[in-house]
Design a protein around this ligand. Structure first.
Ligand SMILES: Nc1nc2c(ncn2[C@@H]2O[C@H](COP(=O)(O)OP(=O)(O)OP(=O)(O)O)[C@@H](O)[C@H]2O)c(=O)[nH]1
Ligand SMILES: [Mg+2]
Length: 318
């Protein structure tokens, strides 16, 4: 495994550390500012994080700033490559910090969390939430946010930290250390790629609306056909056959859609963006069908090892 993203910290140090903490969020959620703060790094101006950045805090925690999940079409291939590469490397992770910016609408913040948490669904005990930009939060809104988050996303109030320009680094570090005590090291973290892709929430490009509609129609027709078959099928093994056939058809559809968009756009970023967004759009129905057909443990395997790899491999090879 290559680690070209490593600069300041050497690979052995990282592999041996039991104090690796990742920061991840949507674009411009102050992730880098937070890393700089925790690690006493003075940086004059902030810029888009393109690579994974490693830095150590005074307690020897390695704080890892992951490029954000954002809507910028021009950088999506690179971002996904780096994210995929990072999460398939062989390091242990102690804590996953989801970095969410304070907004007046709590439901927007909850929604962000609802997109981020499933990426790490196997490791819910290792998740904490850092609410940034919270200098204007009142005591009341802080307790409301904690309450709502706990209710809706089932992350304990203790694991929610507020951060702002006005809160000192040491205070945040202490809270992180406190939370960390109750967490077990994750050996070789494995994320849910499907949910990572799903967190890229964008609409398709107008340039490809015709192709998209055509493929959507085709998908809907196929979906209906398989649904009708499923109703007629009572034996479990036949249902599974049907599910596998549907996956094949769907992958084939995505494959063809990819080729057509690639030809038309001649731009790999645009193509990948469009394919992910199309795939996200049809995923809801698809998931319901798959859930009716396969036992739960198989579904995990399909999504992790087969289904979205198709798209991600294209990115890798682009
Ligand atoms: N008011 C306020 N502004 C902040 C705070 N933290 C960061 N900012 C500003 O928010 C902007 C985004 O900060 P970054 O830390 O670069 O955000 P990021 O999540 O790393 O962004 P990308 O890597 O580009 O996705 C910068 O202009 C920061 O100066 C904060 O606590 N309060
Ligand atoms: Mg950044």
């Amino acid at each position: 495994m290559k680690h070209e993203f490593l600069d300041s910290i050497n690979i052995d140090e990282l592999n041996q550390s039991e104090n690796n903490i990742i920061l991840i969020g949507f674009g411009q959620n102050d992730t880098t500012t937070l890393q700089n703060k925790l690690c006493d790094i003075k940086e004059e101006e902030s810029s888009d994080t393109i690579n994974v950045k490693f830095a150590k805090d005074p307690y020897q925690n390695i704080i890892i700033d992951i490029p954000s999940i954002n809507e910028d079409k021009d950088t999506i291939v690179n971002r996904l490559k780096i994210q995929k590469h990072f999460f398939s490397s062989i390091i242990d992770i102690k804590m996953i910090c989801l970095v969410i910016k304070l907004t007046p609408r709590y439901d927007d913040m909850v929604k962000d969390a609802c997109y981020l948490i499933p990426i790490f669904d196997e490791y819910k005990q290792n998740i904490s939430i850092i609410i940034t930009n919270s200098e204007n939060a009142t005591k009341q809104s802080i307790s409301e946010i904690k309450y709502i988050f706990e209710k809706k996303i089932k992350i304990g109030q203790k694991n929610i930290i507020f951060s702002s320009n006005l809160i000192g680094a040491e205070e945040i570090r202490e809270k992180l250390n406190e939370i960390k005590k109750d967490m077990q090291n994750i050996k070789k973290i494995k994320i849910n790629l499907r949910h990572l892709l799903n967190a890229y929430r964008f609409d398709g490009d107008l340039d490809f609306i015709e192709e998209r509609e055509k493929f959507l129609d085709e998908y809907k027709e196929k979906f209906q056909k398989f649904k009708n078959e499923l109703i007629k099928t009572s034996k479990d093994f036949l249902k599974i056959d049907l599910g596998l056939a549907f996956i094949e058809e769907k992958n084939d559809l995505i494959e063809r859609f990819y080729e057509i968009i690639k030809k038309k756009s001649n731009d790999v970023n645009k193509t990948v963006f469009e394919v992910i967004s199309f795939n996200n759009e049809i995923f809801g129905d698809f998931y319901i069908f798959i859930n009716e057909v396969f036992p739960k443990y198989i579904i995990k395997k399909i999504f992790l090892e087969k289904y979205d790899i198709l798209i991600l491999n294209k990115i890798e090879n682009s």
